[in-house]
Design a protein around this ligand. Structure first.
Ligand code: EPU
Length: 430
């Protein structure tokens, strides 16, 4: 199933053309969560059993992780959103750079490879355009469990005779750090207590998978996970939760103009922090079954928001909400507290006609401004979504270059937008 090199090159050079101004109506179905699927596929390494995943989002970051898993010996079969996968015999503990250079998910293999194999050689997660993304808590925790680390030729090499249970308090909230240590602890000797764990729904979904693999995890207090290590774990079947960031992105798309869309296969409670802000801005979003109806909003009110770990407002929706706030009358403020370089969409939105100033880690947005289509460059995954949203309300044509970024994390976004009436299409590069 994996992309050929030619397809990949094409995708890397691809652009998205958006002709703005169409009213959005109809329904859109949310895919499985990329950030749940990534650790859950990494958890396959913990067992020699068979796994079946459903609701798998076919996005680039997942394709890359599947290639990394293949490289360490996994065999898989993918049919639509259903994935059968098994890592019966580990052939290597090596996750090379060529496979993982565009995604940081490689780091999620560190804990599982060490736990199953006692050895992991994982390419250092590449420089990330959204700012410093340290992994010192992952490494500190694994060291305390008994692993020795060295760094050679841009690879992290970790070795351990046996991982031992620990009592570890994360110095700060980390999503993949919590996931990494949780997976390692499930196969470690003895009891592990992980304190100050991140609370994102993707972690609860990973706990659910690990428990169905036979892991002994007490998550009564999800901030303090207690894990009794097992000597082996089995395969499992698991349905991946809906992607809350894709959900939020489409809700924001619905609020941009006089739209009327139904968002299906969603889990609205995952985005309560966004829904509260939208309600205060005057948007009309109503729960309907396992989804939401987004109706024409009228005049939008400005808002002040700050990104926080879950259940606070997610950094992964900051760029998209910034696009919406350019359409509110008055001054809004958006403060980014998680990553130190996650405002690259601001320059691009200003090219469209936004009036946004940056002061430290706060963007000050003066609205409402009208947009005129132009050429834009996607710098990272969520920024690219913010630019596509900008294109939807711009007069004329917007071209988003470096569209590969979008496909790292959004499944079929152009097609989904077309289905609800947007004029969006991929264009080939020269
Ligand atoms: N941090 C440390 N030390 C660590 C780990 C993290 O100082 O060992 C700091 C980071 O530098 C950052 C903050 O803690 O300032 C939060 O980082 P975290 O580890 O939580 O981020 P992550 O696990 O690398 C995941 C998502 C990101 C999402 C963040 C925050 C996955 C695969 N990635 O990253 O998703 O932005 O949590 O919610 O789950 C995206 O999907 O677009 C994306 C970037």
């Amino acid at each position: 199933m994996s992309c050929t090199i030619e397809e990949e090159t094409l995708m890397r050079n691809s652009k998205i053309l958006i002709r703005g101004g169409n009213r959005l109506s109809g329904s859109v179905s949310i895919s499985g969560a990329k950030n749940a699927a990534l650790p859950e596929l990494a958890a396959v390494v913990l067992s020699d059993g068979k796994f079946r995943f459903t609701n798998v989002p076919m996005v680039e970051d997942i394709r890359i992780l599947l290639r990394a898993l293949q490289n360490v010996g996994a065999a898989y079969d993918l049919n639509g959103d259903e994935l059968d996968i098994r890592l019966e015999t580990l052939s290597s503990g090596l996750v090379p750079r060529e496979i993982v250079e565009t995604t940081r998910a490689s780091v999620l293999l560190l804990g599982p490879l060490l736990a199953r194999n006692g050895y992991a050689r994982v390419s250092m997660p590449g420089g990330c355009p959204i700012g410093d993304r340290k992994i010192n808590y992952h490494i500190d925790g694994l060291k305390k469990m008994g692993a020795a680390f060295r760094f050679e030729h841009e690879h992290i090499i970790a070795e351990a005779n046996a991982l031992k249970g620990i009592d570890y308090r994360f110095p700060g909230k980390t999503v993949t750090g919590t996931e990494n240590l949780l997976m390692a602890a499930s196969l470690a000797e003895g009891t592990t207590v992980l304190r100050n764990c991140a609370l994102e729904p993707e972690i609860s979904d990973l706990v659910e998978l690990l428990v169905s693999m036979g892991a002994d995890i007490n998550a009564d207090d999800p901030e303090t996970l207690v894990i009794e290590g097992k000597s082996s774990l089995n395969g499992a079947s698991h349905r991946i939760i809906p992607d809350r960031i894709e959900m939020g992105t489409f809700v924001i798309a619905g609020c941009l103009e006089d739209n009327d869309i139904l968002i299906e296969n969603a889990a609205p409670h995952f985005i309560d922090s966004l829904l509260d802000i939208l309600a205060a801005m005057g948007c009309r979003v109503q729960p309907v079954g396992n989804g939401m109806k987004v109706l024409a909003c009228g005049d939008l009110q400005p808002a002040n928001i700050s990104t926080e770990p879950f259940p606070g407002f997610p950094t992964d929706l900051q760029a998209q909400l910034t696009t919406l706030l350019t359409q509110a009358k008055g001054t809004s403020r958006v403060t980014e507290n998680i990553f130190n370089n996650r405002f690259q969409h601001v320059l691009e939105l200003n090219k469209l006609g936004a009036e946004i100033q940056l002061k430290g880690n706060t963007a000050i947005i003066n609205g409402k401004t009208s947009f005129t289509g132009c050429n834009l460059r996607a710098t990272d995954l969520r920024a690219s979504a913010a630019l596509v949203l900008g294109g939807l309300i711009a007069n004329g044509e917007t071209i988003v270059h470096n569209a590969y970024q979008l496909f790292r994390g959004y499944e079929n976004m152009p097609e989904k937008l077309q289905k609800i009436g947007a004029c969006v299409k991929m264009i080939d590069s020269e």
